[in-house]
Design a protein around this ligand. Structure first.
Ligand code: KIV
Length: 262
């Protein structure tokens, strides 16, 4: 995989599909980096690693710690830092927090949830040399306010609003957009409305790329399976089997054998 840059991401539009996968630590970043165009240190960390029921609990400090680990594991891969809940409540706070991300980690860009109402904020960051991926549609940081994780783009007015969001964010300087939880037939006109790549999650096949959370992709997250996720292996089942085998062998005395002894 050749080195990803903002230019190669933009050039992928209408040329090839982008692959984005979350990572939260060096171990998995090392496994994911060779296949992914973009590694996202998502605030989904809060749920899949932290055990919380939504993404609101993870802090800037925690995201920075995990992003440093991902950057160490990912080599020169393109790593995106997901600005956590509360970190972009004002333009000044967003700028300070994003500068901190660039100073303390090797992340190449930040991701910010929100539509046209965040355009001014995205513009300020872009003008201050911070690269931004926007995130529209189902925006988990708004889930408590909006009453849960709800599929978006269900009627013409909602699709029109999302197209307006996408255009405003492109105009503000976002170099890509994550589009989450949008009906497949609505995602297509949204993706086609902008010249920057629209990377989908639960937004059908017509986006310019796809992102999945690694613990969904590998079947480690068992609490629930979102409809849009596909488990490419049964990670939790395999891990439990291996752990049970180790426990059995310790109890029976089969581990350690001579092979594992000095
Ligand atoms: O936090 C995350 O993992 C995300 C993806 C679902 C896009 O924002």
């Amino acid at each position: 995989m050749s080195k990803t840059t903002i230019e190669t991401i933009k050039a992928a539009k209408n040329a090839r599909k982008l692959v984005m996968i979350t990572a939260y630590d060096a171990l998995f970043a090392r496994l994911i980096a060779p296949e992914a165009d973009i590694l996202l240190v998502g605030d989904s960390l809060s749920m899949s690693f932290g055990g919380y029921s939504d993404t609101l609990s993870v802090t800037m400090d925690e995201m920075i710690y995990h992003t440093k680990a991902v950057c160490r594991g990912a080599g020169d891969a393109f790593v995106v830092f997901d600005m956590p809940f509360g970190s972009c409540s004002t333009i000044d706070a967003a700028l300070d927090n994003a500068i901190r991300v660039y100073r303390e980690t090797n992340a190449s860009a930040v991701k910010i949830e929100g539509g046209a109402e965040k355009a001014e904020l995205v513009k300020t960051l872009s003008q201050n040399a911070i690269a931004v991926i926007s995130h529209i549609g189902l925006t988990p940081q708004f889930a408590r306010q909006s009453g849960g994780f709800k599929v978006q783009g269900k009627n013409d007015a909602a699709v029109k609003k999302l197209i307006g969001d996408a255009k405003a964010l492109e105009e503000a300087g976002a170099f890509a957009i994550v589009l989450e939880g949008v009906k497949a037939n609505a995602a297509k006109p949204i993706a086609q409305s902008v010249a920057i790549p629209v990377i989908g999650i639960g937004a059908g096949a017509d986006c310019d790329g796809q992102v999945l959370v690694w613990s969904d992709l590998l079947g480690f997250f068992e609490a629930f399976k979102p409809k849009f996720a596909k488990r490419y292996m049964q990670g939790a089942a395999l891990a439990k089997e291996a752990i049970a085998k180790f426990a059995d062998e310790v109890r029976s005395g089969a581990f350690p054998s001579a092979d594992e002894s000095y």
